[in-house]
Design a protein around this ligand. Structure first.
Ligand SMILES: Nc1ncnc2c1ncn2[C@@H]1O[C@H](COP(=O)(O)OP(=O)(O)OP(=O)(O)O)[C@@H](O)[C@H]1O
Length: 611
């Protein structure tokens, strides 16, 4: 084993190691993979560089810091290569098998993801936050041929592997420790299980370029806030397009150090927070999970060398709500501390983003006051990665409630759909506006609202739902436009998300109400700290607007007070007529509320279709 003192070797593509098992050409029709059946086509795709291929170029540069220590690009690369070798052996050299993996937020996650891709597998990231029934569903639905996990998380997968008769590989922690920087690295001579995967000067790995140009890379499951989670199949091309688009728009470079606190089974944590910096030679400082005190310590670089400080933070609205709570508790009483925080955050942190759920304007304003950062809100989803973003330049227009304009290489349009009167299966589509990074063209008369469903098109758009060809077909309009299921509006040069059409757009007395807009108005109330708005079936109105709120500790609120507060903020038909006060609103790890469940559980209404 010769892993110490590794030389930095740049290998031209033509000299890269190609597994003898993979010297076939893989050219598949887009979308066909969603059925699980590949169909050959003849047109080759542009080449794409899978993320691990860049690692040898960045060599001994630090790529990652986790709770154990620091890892270089080369360290992660070589450990991944060892694991790739084991995976190939277990899968007998087959590619495009699904490998479901459960790793904590640390280097073992990166090593596993890269190793699966080096051996040509489709990764299915699982989360330790999921209950056993969900893990079981993801494993079975993706039809994983192999399960991978670490020692610490093995108990969560062992039973599932056994009951479903699937192979389980528990990754030896020595692989992760081998990738640590030399000052803490373990002695490789004590590691005897690892077989060398080629001479150490041969830093190439993976399959041939054509494979990555035309293969699938990952299945991630949607949150399940509107229906049973679906497996979203993304190709290497999709992931590359999603990364490149953000790298360009947010100017992510090798100088960036991104503070990562997001779950690693959703696009936000995987692509935005982790793959973007690691593609361009930047750094990722990964916490095991979000903790407001730990995030504050990182942002203020408490007990930390300046060279190790983070300069980018990507959060969900709940992250900022928690940070504000901590600030109020610990720092806000001390004027000097307040000034210091403002100064350090404005000078040292270059970018703070929010997404995955609507950012309340009260949070936007409060964070601006504390940190001097007007949060950059963006919109995206599992199927398409990031689509809309506020501008990078903080002095330009970042407005609360708006998610900005299309990201590079992404096209969007807002479409009004209407069911045919004679044949309800026939849907009439009217395009209200259409845009890309160069601008949006409004196609309706001046003053007419551009409210409708958001459609997305581009190289970022996924291949299809895993083995659900009918659902996939339903979610695409002609010419590969993906129907997001979100209602959006283009107004004053920027896009607004009014919510999920199926659960957030309520119909009351003939009016359409955006639950997101009602929530934003109620969250401005000084006694309301959390809120979720749903529609309840009503014989007279079709739906009633119902608000579920959480109040400040010790505060009480009545429906009449909520209605009074809303009077000058909402149209009369959007003012809630039902109020429930809870201690806590159940949200998932990205801060999303499952409104179908909420209607059932809080209001005991079982027919969610009417919501
Ligand atoms: N900035 C934002 N503002 C408002 N909503 C957002 C924003 N960013 C993301 N979202 C919401 O998150 C959704 C994408 O999340 P995800 O891909 O996890 O699917 P989901 O809606 O949670 O799950 P499912 O499709 O199973 O219901 C978007 O469609 C949108 O509704």
């Amino acid at each position: 084993m010769v892993l110490l003192g590794r030389p930095l070797v740049l290998v031209p593509k033509s000299l890269r190691y190609i597994s003898p098992l993979t010297c076939r050409l893989h050219i598949y029709a887009p979308c066909a993979a969603s059925t699980g059946v590949k169909t050959k086509t003849t047109s080759p795709k542009p080449s794409v560089t899978p993320i691990f291929r860049n690692a040898p170029i960045y060599g001994e540069k630090t790529a990652l810091r986790d709770r154990h220590g620091d890892y270089t690009y080369m360290g992660l690369f070589l450990s991944s290569r060892q694991l790739a070798h084991q995976i190939s052996e277990l899968l007998k050299g087959k590619e495009q098998e699904r490998v479901a993996f459960l790793c904590p937020n640390d280097a073992s996650y990166v090593i596993t993801q890269w190793a699966c891709w080096m051996s040509g597998q489709i990764v299915v990231p699982l989360s330790p936050l999921h209950p056993e029934a969900s893990l079981q569903y993801f494993v079975n639905d993706s039809d994983a041929s192999l399960l991978l996990t670490t020692n610490e998380l093995a108990p969560q997968l062992a039973g599932i592997a056994q009951s479903s008769g699937r192979k389980l590989l528990v990754i030896d922690d020595a692989l992760r420790r081998l990738a640590l920087k030399p000052d803490v690295k373990i002695d490789p001579s004590q590691v005897d299980f690892i077989e060398p995967a080629g001479p150490v000067t041969d830093v190439a790995a993976g399959l041939e370029d054509e494979f990555y140009a035309d293969s699938d890379a990952m299945i991630i499951y949607t949150s399940g806030t509107t229906s049973t989670p679906k497996g979203v199949l993304l190709s290497y091309q999709n992931l590359d397009a999603q990364v490149q688009s953000l790298v360009e728009a947010w100017n992510i470079t090798g100088k960036d150090n991104v503070l990562h606190t997001l779950p690693l089974h959703h696009i936000h944590g995987i692509v935005n927070g982790m793959m973007c910096p690691l593609t361009v030679g930047g750094r990722c400082t990964m916490l095991p999970s979000f903790s407001s005190s730990k995030v504050w310590a990182q942002l203020l670089a408490i007990r930390m060398k300046a060279a190790d400080r983070v300069n980018v933070f990507m959060g969900v609205p709940t992250s900022y709500i928690k940070l504000i709570e901590e600030y109020e508790l610990i720092f806000s009483k001390n004027e000097k501390m307040r000034e210091y925080i403002q100064k350090i955050l404005s000078e040292k942190i270059r970018l703070m983003t929010s997404g995955s759920a609507p950012l309340p304007s009260s949070v936007f304003e409060a964070w601006d006051k504390i940190s001097g950062h007007r949060l950059l809100e963006r919109f995206g989803m599992s199927e398409v990665g990031m689509v809309l973003s506020n501008p990078l330049n903080p002095t330009s227009d970042r407005r609360p409630g708006f998610v900005g304009t299309p990201l590079p290489s992404t096209k969007v349009k807002i479409v009004r759909t209407e069911k045919g009167q004679e044949n309800p299966n026939e849907v009439k589509e009217e395009v209200l506006c259409e845009g890309d990074e160069n601008g949006t063209k409004v196609l309706v008369n001046d003053g007419e609202p551009t409210v409708g469903q958001l459609y997305v098109k581009g190289p970022n758009v996924f291949q299809g739902y895993w083995r659900k060809p009918e659902t996939t077909a339903k979610e695409f309009a002609a010419d590969r436009w993906f129907k997001t299921g979100d209602t959006a509006q283009f107004v004053d040069g920027s896009y607004k998300i009014l919510g999920r059409t199926s659960v957030d757009i309520l119909k009351t007395g003939g009016y359409k109400v955006s639950a997101v807009e009602v929530e934003a108005a109620l969250l401005g109330h000084p006694d309301i700290i959390d809120c979720s708005v749903v529609g309840l079936p009503d014989a007279t109105w079709g739906q009633k607007v119902a608000a579920v709120v959480v109040t400040q500790p010790g505060a009480e609120i009545l429906l009449s007070q909520v209605r009074e507060w809303s009077r000058d903020k909402l149209p009369p038909y959007a003012i809630p007529t039902v109020l429930r006060v809870l201690d806590k609103i159940p949200r998932n790890s990205l801060g999303k509320v499952n409104k179908v469940n909420m209607v059932k559980e809080v209001f005991q209404v079982s027919d969610h279709k009417s919501t």
